[in-house]
Structure formats: structure tokens, C-alpha cells
Ligand binder design. Structure first.
Ligand SMILES: *[C@@H]1O[C@H](CO)[C@@H](O)[C@H](O)[C@H]1NC(C)=O
Ligand SMILES: *[C@@H]1O[C@H](CO)[C@@H](O)[C@H](O)[C@H]1NC(C)=O
Ligand SMILES: *[C@@H]1O[C@H](CO)[C@@H](O)[C@H](O)[C@H]1NC(C)=O
Ligand SMILES: *[C@@H]1O[C@H](CO)[C@@H](O)[C@H](O)[C@H]1NC(C)=O
Ligand SMILES: *[C@@H]1O[C@H](CO)[C@@H](O)[C@H](O)[C@H]1NC(C)=O
Ligand SMILES: *[C@@H]1O[C@H](CO)[C@@H](O)[C@H](O)[C@H]1NC(C)=O
Ligand SMILES: *[C@@H]1O[C@H](CO)[C@@H](O)[C@H](O)[C@H]1NC(C)=O
Ligand SMILES: *[C@@H]1O[C@H](CO)[C@@H](O)[C@H](O)[C@H]1NC(C)=O
Length: 698
């Protein structure tokens, strides 16, 4: 190229670029950089207490499907970005957030901080526990479970890494709609105590609104979706011992399967998250509470049968908990997909965020009648021990207790006798555990909590570190709609940290489970609303906000009383991976294959991003075995049991319900695992069934 043509070339490109820039700047307001990522966070699949029902002995014993972290990064045209993560966890703990952010800060030079990363738990009750830093939440898991904690932290970081490396230009669409038949209120007597003028404004006693954000590339290729809906993932009940994401986790897999044709589950590229909202008093068990012995409805105010809470629980809509999980998942998925396909409202405007730590035990609240009130140091009420109709408690506690009992007060006082000031502050809650006064071996419940608000155009996402009741969430959203003048306000429950429940002042008076677990006293909700209104005002006027007090990082204080795997051995005459119950010759579609293998302990290796099993199909055209299902598929179950704990024998049962759509042909099932010998060396093994035929004829 000679110098003259070079000059023209430069001049032309200058004109062209200027034009492109001109087009870009009018367009860029609704163009975002978007990244999505999914990663496996499944913890130990054996002998770890499950987080949710706080039930001794409800320990993991296999996998129905794996747990995932789903990350979404959104950046506006000025380079401001946020990261929203939804993880299949009972909740996100302060310690999880602190550790994730610490790793990210180093890795990305401060691009991701506690202020622009929000991490929410879906609230599944079927994942391993022991990952929270406060004592009350790790009693049933016998302390802290480091292996689970790091599986969670590493997996969340990995999902963000993937999202970070996948960023493309795209559009974001908003939609909302009502999902009517996936939830009921489990404390209707408390809800009914809210002012009648307020209740009359709403048709239902649970929040039926589903909120959706849709992400797609500039050319319209779907990238992902986030769908918030308030319902407890307690379709799997407290007798379940298989790891499961419950109705939320399965809704995600169904949605992702739709757009990731031909991919194994949990691998992307399309990612669909189903985070929770104001679910505090919301159950998925649509048949409602009934007495297990008589089949009659329970006593409603106390949720008891003949005076006992254990016999009163809710079931349905399916005939067993797997079917119920599937139904509630499908309803959420179908509604979400409908909202996704019809989403037209394109979001425009800047991305921003605001975050502040607050000592929630010491907030001065200005009430609407002009009085000044205060929040209290944490304490749990009697009805907390009664549990809920999704999972009743162990002793004879009843919900709706506003009186105490001298025996349990004696037990309580031995742990920590509540001061008169604490009792007065929490009234009418009879205090069962004065957790705010309990610091041995370290704090029992949190005081300093994160509050966070994200903004994408005119969409606001409030991250609350608790389980808000239906009406609490409605009041919070209304207050934020008032301040922001936007209709698009979303509540992201169980975000960034965990501090049990939040009810309205009126619901608190009734002292159902949720009111008894509202740990900062009757004015907790007002304190949160006041705080989030402040966050919104500051976010909008762009003024700085102080960081607030620093929450403690109690990682170095954690104690684990749970013994690890001692060793494994195979029974005499066998080796690890031996198939001890083989497949039959022939199956028809719709029937079930059950096989067993000699195994090691699943805690030897979590098989992260892998699988303890594969179902493989012989593809005749390529003359090759293809993996068609893993331990994440709904139709497989991986069940582990110790058959001799002295000799360290164990075996696994693998179940495959052959889908009606399975291709006829030759199949095999494999089991993969690790065993630990007496010298503490951990080694891999695998086993396989013989090949068997599947026919689509009877
Ligand atoms: C749990 O579900 C199973 C059916 O899957 C049922 O037999 C059992 O009674 C339920 N238990 C509770 C406490 O809900
Ligand atoms: C329940 O939800 C499903 C899926 O959203 C819908 O197809 C069905 O008609 C609904 N049933 C009732 C009784 O509302
Ligand atoms: C941006 O979003 C607002 C609020 O949804 C809407 O009213 C406005 O028309 C949008 N502007 C453009 C340029 O799309
Ligand atoms: C509670 O907050 C007030 C300010 O609102 C402060 O003066 C006081 O020291 C705090 N008390 C505790 C125990 O932190
Ligand atoms: C204001 O409301 C609170 C809680 O509802 C109540 O305790 C207080 O007595 C009321 N104050 C006045 C002045 O009415
Ligand atoms: C929101 O604004 C309306 C109208 O001004 C008001 O009646 C309502 O009390 C406000 N709600 C909250 C929660 O602040
Ligand atoms: C922004 O809003 C906050 C909270 O209402 C207020 O304290 C502050 O003075 C405001 N700043 C500006 C610059 O308007
Ligand atoms: C199973 O399939 C193989 C290969 O297609 C065939 O040779 C064999 O006869 C079949 N066995 C039965 C029991 O159907």
C-alpha cells in the first residue's frame, strides 16, 4: 500500500468508525455485556446432616440430582457491572459470601466485591449442611463440615469464572405474571392478623407473582434466565436422604434442558436460575396440613393433632415426595418459559449497586404512628422448636405459643438466662434460646448483616439476608417502589447471609414458627424497610454510603465434631466396583433398572463436575458408547449404604427409570468412585453392568 492509499484507508476507516460509534451511542443504552455460568457445588453425598429441617439423623445417603451455582454477570455500556448468583443451597451464609469475595478480589483485581456480587440460596432442604458460621445453624451437623464448605465456595467461584469468560453483548427483557397453583400459606392464622384493609388489597395469602429477566444475544439467541418466585423447596420432606435441588433445582434443569439440546445436564451454555423471594410462610405441599393418623385437618392455630405437632404435616400435590417435587418444579418451569417466550419489555439504562452492613440488633426504628422503637438482640421463641407443617419439630412444642413452660425455661436458663430487657424487647415472644447472649464456643446467631440493592435500568433487586413472609415482602417491595418510582422491584430472599425469618409486626404477635424465628424482635421488618429505603435513595442520588460495621469471619474458630472416613474395604472375594446385582437381559421403556456395586465411601471424592454413575447407549452408527445420563438426571438415583461399618464395607444401588423416549438398543450402567485404604491412600475404581437391551415393545 502506498502512502496515499494508506491515507485514504485511514480516512475512510475514521469515517466508518465514527458512524459506527454514532449508531452505538444511540443504541448502547439497552445493550449490556452479559455472561452466564453454571458449576457443580454438590457436597458430601454420605453421612452429612441435611440443612433445612434441622432433623437429627436426616443425613445424606446418595444423590437424586446434583446441586449447582448459577452466575449472571451484567455490565452496562459505561463499564459498571454486577454479578448475581443463585445457588442450590438452603441459604447463603455470611462466611460463604466473605470467602467467595476474597477469592474473587485477588483473582480479578477488585472487579468483584461484596458490593456488586449478590449470592442467593434457593432454599432447598435436601443438601448437606455444616457450611454456616453461627452455632445455632450447625448443631445437627455436629459442627462445621469443611469439605462441604469448600465444595460450595469453589463451585460458586467457578460459576462466576465461567460467566466472566463468556461475556457477550446482548439485551435484557423483563416480564412478570401470576403462578396460581404452586403454593399455599402454611401460617394462615398469622397472615390473617395483618390489617384487613391491607389484606383486602391482595387476592391471595401468598405472593403469586413470578418475576423474570431474560438474557439474549443481540441477534436474539437465548443466553439465560432468572426467575424469582416465592415457595419453599420443601417438596422433598424430612424423610429424604438423597441430595436434591428440590422443586427449584429441578425447574432449572427442565428449563436448561430445553435450550441445551444434546448436552449433559449442568454443563450449560444456557443457564436458568430459579431463586426464591418472600417465601417465609409459603409451602409447596398443596394438600395442606393433615393428621398422619386420622387423615383429618390439623388444629389450625397450633398445627397439632391431639396436641402433638409431629403428626401434623402437609403433603401433595403428588402421591409421594418425588412426584410432588416434579409437579411443583414443572409448574414453575412452564410459567417461567411462558414468561420467557412472551417477554417484550426491553430493559435500558445504567447498572448500579449499593451495599451496607448493619447491626440489625441495634436499629432505632421510626414507626408510622410517630413512635420510636428498637430492634433486639437475637432470640428464638418457643414455636421455633415446633417446626412447621413442612417438617415438624422433635419435642412437644406447638406453634402459636405465647406462653412459656417452667421445664423448658429451666433448660434454657442452663444455657443462658435471658435478661429482663431481652424478654421485654421480644414480647410477646416467649424466649426459648437467648441466642444473642450466647457466645460459646462462638456466636450462636448473627447481629451484623449485609443489605444490598442492585439496579439494572429500572429493575431493582433487593437482597435480604433472611426468609421474609409474604406480607413482609409485599411491604418491602411497596416501600421500594415508592422510593424508586419503578414498578419493577424484586425481592431476592436468603441472599448473602442467613438470619432466620422476618414477619410483619402483626404476624409476630401470633408467634407461629416464622414469628418465633424473627430474631431481632417485633420491629425487625420495619428496620429492614427503613434501611432499604435509605439504600434506594442513596443509590438514586449517587451519594456514598459508609461500609457499616464489619461482620465477623469465624472460619478459624469453626470446630468439626464429625469424624471423616476411616477406611474402606471390599468384602472377602470381592473388589471395589464389582457388580453384585447385575442388569437383566431385556427391559422395556418405562420400566426400571436396579443394579448394585461394591463401593467406597462417597466422601473420598465428591466427583465434582463428574458423576458417580453413567448410563451409556451403544450408538451403532458410530460404533461407540455414548453417555446419555449421569447422577444429575431425574430418572437416575444413586443410593449409598454402609453394609459393615467395622470392616468399612459399603455398596451402592443405582436406579434408572428408563424414559418412555429412550431409543431401543444396547445399554450399560457404570459406577465410578474412590476408596480409601487403611494407609489413608485414596484410589479410584469403577464398575460396570453387562450390556442390556431396551426395547420399545412390550
Ligand atoms: C414424606 O413423604 C413420604 C412419601 O414420599 C410419606 O410417606 C411420608 O409420610 C412423608 N413424611 C413427612 C414427615 O412428610
Ligand atoms: C396448574 O398449573 C399448570 C401448569 O402451570 C396448568 O397447566 C394447570 O392448568 C393448572 N391447574 C389449575 C387447577 O390451575
Ligand atoms: C427505557 O425504559 C423505559 C422504562 O421501561 C421506557 O419507558 C423507555 O421508553 C425506554 N427507552 C428506550 C429508548 O427504549
Ligand atoms: C447502638 O447504637 C447506638 C447508636 O444508634 C450506639 O450509640 C450504641 O453504642 C449501640 N449499642 C451497641 C451495643 O452497639
Ligand atoms: C405505635 O405503634 C406501636 C406498634 O404498633 C405501638 O406499640 C405504640 O404504642 C404506638 N404508639 C402510639 C403513640 O400510638
Ligand atoms: C407507598 O406510598 C403510598 C402512597 O403514598 C402510601 O400510601 C404507602 O403507605 C407507601 N408504602 C410504604 C410501604 O411506604
Ligand atoms: C442522598 O440521599 C440520602 C438518603 O436519603 C441523603 O442522606 C443524602 O443527603 C442525599 N444526597 C444528595 C447529594 O442528595
Ligand atoms: C439384545 O440385542 C442384541 C444386539 O442388538 C441382540 O443380538 C440380542 O439378541 C438381544 N437380546 C435379547 C434378549 O433381546
Amino acid at each position: 500500500m502506498n502512502s496515499l492509499s494508506y491515507f485514504f484507508f485511514c480516512f475512510l476507516s475514521f469515517l466508518l468508525c465514527r458512524n459506527i460509534n454514532a449508531i452505538k451511542s444511540t443504541e448502547s443504552n439497552d445493550v449490556y455485556e452479559i455472561g452466564v455460568g453454571i458449576a457443580d457445588i454438590t457436597g458430601p453425598a454420605a453421612e452429612i446432616n441435611m440443612m433445612g429441617y434441622a432433623k437429627m439423623g436426616q443425613d445424606t445417603s446418595g444423590i437424586h440430582f446434583r446441586l449447582f451455582s448459577r452466575a449472571f454477570i451484567i455490565q452496562d455500556h459505561e463499564g459498571k457491572r454486577i454479578c448475581y448468583v443463585s445457588a442450590d443451597l438452603a441459604m447463603v451464609d455470611m462466611l460463604v459470601k466473605l470467602e467467595v469475595v476474597q477469592v474473587l478480589k485477588k483473582k480479578y483485581n477488585g472487579l468483584y466485591t461484596e458490593e456488586n456480587v449478590m449470592i442467593a440460596g434457593t432454599h432447598t432442604h435436601s443438601g448437606p449442611g455444616g457450611f454456616l458460621q453461627y452455632v445455632l445453624y450447625i448443631i445437627t451437623s455436629q459442627g462445621f463440615i469443611f469439605q462441604n464448605f469448600y465444595a460450595i465456595v469453589d463451585g460458586i467461584v467457578r460459576s462466576i469464572d465461567i460467566a466472566h469468560s463468556n461475556m457477550v453483548k446482548g439485551h435484557i427483557y423483563y416480564n412478570e405474571g401470576e403462578l396460581l397453583n404452586a403454593s399455599i400459606n402454611r401460617s394462615p392464622t398469622a397472615y390473617a392478623n395483618n390489617p384487613s384493609e391491607e389484606r383486602e388489597r391482595y387476592e391471595h395469602n401468598t405472593d403469586k407473582t413470578m418475576y423474570l429477566l431474560k438474557f439474549s444475544t443481540l441477534s436474539g439467541v437465548p443466553i439465560g434466565a432468572i426467575t424469582w418466585f416465592a415457595v419453599h423447596p420443601t417438596s422433598m420432606n424430612n424423610t429424604n436422604r438423597l441430595i436434591s435441588g428440590d422443586n427449584k433445582g429441578y425447574a432449572s434443569l427442565l428449563f436448561e434442558q430445553d435450550f441445551n439440546v444434546g448436552q449433559l445436564l449442568g454443563k450449560g451454555p444456557f443457564v436458568a436460575a430459579f431463586p426464591n423471594a418472600n417465601l417465609g410462610d409459603v409451602s409447596p405441599n398443596l394438600k395442606g396440613p393433615h393428621c398422619a393418623d386420622t387423615g383429618l385437618p390439623c388444629d389450625n392455630p397450633t398445627s397439632t393433632c391431639g396436641g402433638h405437632s409431629q403428626k401434623c404435616y402437609s403433603l401433595g400435590p403428588g402421591s409421594n415426595m418425588f412426584e410432588s417435587t416434579k409437579i411443583i418444579a414443572e409448574r414453575q418451569y412452564l410459567k417461567a418459559k411462558e414468561l420467557f417466550l412472551t417477554a417484550k419489555e426491553k430493559i435500558n439504562g445504567s447498572v448500579s449497586f449499593i451495599h451496607q452492613y448493619v447491626d440489625m440488633s441495634n436499629v432505632t426504628v421510626l414507626l408510622s404512628n410517630g413512635s420510636i422503637a428498637r430492634t433486639c438482640k437475637p432470640a428464638m421463641g418457643y414455636s421455633f422448636a415446633a417446626g412447621t407443617t413442612d417438617g415438624p419439630g422433635a419435642f412437644d412444642f406447638k406453634q402459636g405459643s405465647t406462653t412459656s413452660n417452667s421445664f423448658w425455661n429451666l433448660v434454657r436458663d442452663a444455657l443462658s438466662k435471658p435478661t429482663q430487657a431481652l424478654i421485654k424487647c421480644h414480647e410477646p415472644k416467649p424466649i426459648l434460646l437467648a441466642t444473642g447472649q450466647m457466645h460459646f464456643p462462638y456466636d450462636w446467631q448473627p447481629k451484623i448483616l449485609p443489605t444490598q440493592l442492585l439496579k439494572i435500568g429500572d429493575v431493582f433487586i433487593a437482597g435480604v439476608p433472611a426468609e421474609f413472609s409474604t406480607m413482609s415482602g409485599r411491604r418491602m417491595k411497596e416501600a421500594l417502589r415508592n422510593v424508586t418510582k419503578s414498578k419493577k422491584v424484586i425481592l431476592s430472599g436468603l441472599s448473602n447471609a442467613y438470619s432466620s425469618y422476618v414477619t410483619t409486626f402483626e404476624e409476630y404477635q401470633i408467634q407461629r414458627y416464622e414469628g418465633a424465628s424473627t430474631i431481632f424482635g417485633p420491629h425487625t421488618l420495619n428496620a429492614y424497610i427503613q434501611q432499604f429505603m435509605k439504600l434506594a435513595r442513596n443509590l438514586l442520588n449517587g451519594s456514598e454510603i459508609e461500609l457499616g460495621p464489619t461482620p465477623p469471619n469465624l472460619l478459624s474458630k469453626q470446630i468439626s465434631l464429625k469424624p471423616g472416613v476411616v477406611f474402606d474395604s471390599a468384602p472377602y472375594g470381592h473388589k471395589f466396583g464389582d457388580c453384585i446385582l447385575n442388569a437383566k437381559e431385556l427391559y422395556t421403556v418405562g420400566s426400571t433398572v436396579t443394579v448394585k456395586f461394591i463401593s467406597g465411601h462417597p466422601r473420598n471424592n465428591l466427583m465434582t463436575e463428574k458423576s458417580f454413575l453413567t448410563v451409556e447407549y451403544f450408538d451403532e452408527t458410530h460404533s461407540d458408547w455414548q453417555i446419555i445420563a449421569t447422577d444429575t438426571n431425574w430418572e437416575t438415583k444413586f443410593i449409598w449404604e454402609r453394609t459393615n461399618s467395622i470392616l468399612g464395607h459399603s455398596q451402592v444401588t443405582i436406579i434408572w427409570e428408563i424414559p418412555k423416549t429412550a431409543k431401543p438398543g444396547l445399554y450399560k450402567i457404570y459406577h465410578f468412585g474412590y476408596h480409601k485404604n487403611i494407609f489413608q491412600q485414596i484410589k479410584p475404581y469403577f464398575g460396570e453392568t453387562k450390556a442390556f437391551n431396551v426395547s420399545n415393545r412390550n
